[in-house]
Design a protein around this ligand. Structure first.
Ligand code: PEP
Length: 231
């Protein structure tokens, strides 16, 4: 069971250090835990969590090792910092920053080749679900990913991210089972996971963990979700 906290554009280095100092003393239920701070806070997290089992991952990664790509950060740069992995293809990157299936595939392949652990995000919008296109969208998004020991998929229905609307456990189970029929990889659920719904979502047989956004920013709620996963 893996619980990955995506901090989005929250917590600078000082707040990150404070959060990690606290987190490492909490009971995280014996599950695998990853935190994903913004780039500028990665070093603070790596430093604070160096003597723990809690891993640190970036929120994206470029496909080239270096070059004229203003604003981007490469896999070797993350490795040099002691970062363990990276998210690729978060729906906020797809929605606001022009991320495509092709660039998601390129980021994932480069990060895996560099030895990073990768969490690749897939998920349909509300309109796509309502028009019955969920499976077509997932098939297209997964088609750029190849099974790898260092790769996991996060199924994150776009309509559930940051909205407070959660997929029902059955909806999550069906989507995860579909993704697993396409590629043999662990699948995390993401979308308004909170301490009070975590156990039920994580209890579904095809749910291998959770990607937590908002509720990962508070150490008490993040601890509670990790403990629910560990039961
Ligand atoms: C996310 O950012 O990956 C996410 C799932 O966000 P939230 O938990 O806030 O819906």
């Amino acid at each position: 069971m893996l619980i990955a906290g995506n901090w989005k554009m929250y917590k600078g280095p000082a707040e990150t250090a404070e959060f990690c100092r606290e987190l490492k003393h909490r009971d995280l239920g014996g599950v695998d835990v990853v935190v994903c701070p913004p780039y500028v806070s990665l070093a603070a997290a790596v430093q604070q969590l160096a003597d723990t089992e809690i891993a640190v991952a970036a929120q994206s990664v470029h496909w080239e090792a270096e070059g004229a790509f203003t604003g981007e950060v490469s896999a070797p740069m993350l490795k040099e910092l002691g970062v363990y992995g990276a998210i690729v293809g978060h729906s906020e990157r797809r929605q606001h920053f022009g991320e495509t299936d092709e660039t998601v595939g390129m980021r994932a392949r480069a990060a895996l080749a560099a030895g990073l652990f990768v969490i690749a995000c897939v998920g349909e919008t509300e309109a796509e679900r309502e028009s019955g296109a969920t499976e077509d969208v997932l098939r297209r998004q997964v088609s750029v990913l190849e099974a790898d020991d260092n790769l996991v998929i996060a199924y994150e229905p776009v309509w559930a991210i940051g909205t407070g609307k959660t997929a029902t456990p059955d909806m999550a189970q069906d989507a995860h089972a579909f993704v697993k029929s396409l590629v043999d990889l662990p699948v995390l659920y993401g979308g308004a996971v909170k301490p009070d719904n975590a156990a039920e979502l994580l209890g579904q047989p095809a749910v291998d963990g959770a990607r937590v956004g908002g509720a990962s920013l508070d150490v008490d709620s993040f601890e509670a979700i990790c403990r629910a996963a560990g039961r």
